[in-house]
Design a protein around this ligand. Structure first.
Ligand code: DGL
Length: 259
């Protein structure tokens, strides 16, 4: 008997973030879409986005999308909540390639049994995300009972960038200081509304004594769904550059985690 195996063709997937935050989704993507080619741009010369204006973030997002399109990517993932809030609608209007974004996983509270009286979620985001219209709309839509506390972390993404370069131990105290206003509020869940934060979810979990909720896995499944694709029997190729570099370089997946 002949068995037919569905063979997907190899796709080129473009990803960008203000820095290394998108690594949290990239980790998931390389198993959802093993065997494909990935092109990641970190806009670290312009990070953090969290304290920038909407027009600056929109401008940068367009530059980065254009850079990725030069690589003939089949899809672009905005691996950044802040850029999604400010720029994804404009990018979708301007370019033909499909865009997938990420936003704070506020809808996850829909699955929670609200009769559970001790449920106290907090959603952590950048300042720009916190103040964006998209975030306000998201809360109106999914937090009808006003159970969520929204908290902007002004320095957390930058501290995580610093920890990636110098080792997470070197910024541990500063991370604790940044999270300390949340420490004695008896939160039970932290929704991680910035892609940098899942990179330190163990730290957030232990310091605040909460469960962490992140949309990285569902978003990577969404990318596979839009591409109508899945893992293929080929070598996964990872390419990376910062926005001030001319060329992409091959990237070792072992570098996707903080040390
Ligand atoms: N990683 C980004 C996000 O998901 C942006 C962090 C920043 O640059 O402030 O919002």
């Amino acid at each position: 008997m002949l068995t037919y195996v569905m063979a997907f063709e190899q796709k080129r997937i473009g990803i960008f973030d203000s820095g290394i935050g998108g690594f949290s989704i990239w980790k998931e993507l390389i198993s959802e879409l093993a065997g494909h080619q990935f092109f990641y741009i970190s806009d670290v010369p312009n990070s953090p986005y969290g304290n920038k204006t909407s027009s600056f973030i929109r401008e940068r997002s367009e530059v980065l999308a254009n850079e990725l399109l030069k690589e003939n990517v089949d899809i672009i993932l905005l691996a950044c909540n802040t850029a999604t809030a400010e720029a994804i609608d404009g990018l979708r209007n301007k370019f033909e390639v499909p865009f997938v974004g990420i936003e704070p996983f506020v809808r996850s509270i829909e699955n929670i049994d609200l009769t559970e009286s001790n449920f106290r979620p907090v959603v952590l985001t950048t300042r720009a995300m916190h103040e964006s219209q998209r975030f306000k709309d998201l809360l109106l839509k999914y937090d009808k009972n006003n159970i969520l506390t929204a908290h902007a972390c002004d320095h957390l993404a930058s501290l995580i960038e610093e920890g990636y370069k110098s080792g997470i131990k070197s910024v541990e105290t500063k991370i604790e200081e940044e999270l300390s206003p949340l420490k004695n509020s008896n939160f039970t869940h932290a929704i991680l509304g910035c892609t940098h934060y899942p990179l330190i979810s163990d730290k957030i979990k232990s310091y605040l004594n909460v469960e962490c909720v992140s949309p990285c896995l569902p978003v990577s499944k969404r990318v596979a769904y839009i591409l109508k694709s899945g893992p293929i029997d080929s070598r996964t190729e990872l390419y990376f550059k910062t926005s001030n570099q001319e060329n992409f370089e091959t990237f070792d997946p072992a570098l996707l985690s903080l040390k």
